[in-house]
Write a protein that binds this ligand. Structure first.
Ligand SMILES: [Zn+2]
Length: 228
């Protein structure tokens, strides 16, 4: 899963520098991680998995596509204890975009994903709740994940409401859950944070006041569920 990829020129040049740094750091080409843009699940059997996991964890607080690719690869790593021990402590120091990727990795590498989703959704941090809601959308037939989505549909934060709907597959979800998501039960009230520059924007803003990056389009996500 790679939810958070976006490009601009500064990101691209930073990414090129990071790709070179990755080769120096690990002795591997970045291509070891790719297969048509997706992380290779089978890579773990042919390398030192612990060493690669540590390298990927060091690269996670990075620019967009590298962080997204590292997160996708980490989600398939067999070294789940190492990931949990490393990320649990420092995830709160990351910016919103990387923090979401890290939370996704923690959920996807958990032995009990439904419980991990519930745990993360209990966070006071809206971006943590948003990615927990997105992960719940992939486990809609689990009762605890469905309960998380129900709560997320009327969360005070716009990102949470958006992520709960945008990543929910209406064809796979129970029809009453889809009906619930296709209406807005409670308008979000908290300022939403820009994923790029971290500015807090008032709930009526559709794009960031500082950098113009588009924010959560709640209306579009509601429409998506109403007309799948
Ligand atoms: Zn911004």
């Amino acid at each position: 899963m790679s939810r958070l990829t976006a490009f601009d020129s500064s990101t691209l040049s930073a990414s090129a520098r990071n790709a070179i740094a990755f080769e120096k750091l690990t002795g591997h080409s970045m291509s070891i991680l790719f297969d048509g843009g997706l992380a290779r699940a089978y890579v773990w059997s042919s390398i030192n998995a612990e060493e690669m996991t540590r390298d990927l964890l060091r690269l996670l607080p990075n620019t967009d596509w590298i962080a997204s690719t590292c997160a996708a690869a980490l989600c398939t790593s067999p070294c789940t204890d190492l990931i949990s021990a490393d990320l649990s402590g420092r995830v709160r120091t990351m910016g919103p975009r990387n923090r979401m990727l890290a939370i996704e990795v923690l959920i996807k590498t958990s032995q009990d994903q439904p419980s991990a989703i519930v745990l993360q959704f209990g966070s006071a941090d809206p971006m943590t709740r948003a990615i927990a809601a997105a992960c719940a959308g992939e486990m809609v037939n689990d009762p605890s994940s469905a309960a998380v989505l129900e709560a997320a549909f009327s969360d005070p934060n716009k990102w949470v409401q958006y992520y709960a709907r945008h990543f929910l597959d209406a064809r796979a979800a129970p029809s009453d859950l889809v009906r619930l998501g296709s209406s807005v039960l409670a308008l979000p009230s908290e300022p939403w944070q820009c994923l790029r520059c971290r500015t807090l924007n008032t709930v009526d803003r559709s794009s960031c006041t500082q950098c113009n990056v588009v924010g959560p389009d709640l209306e579009a996500s509601v429409q998506k569920l109403a007309k799948p």
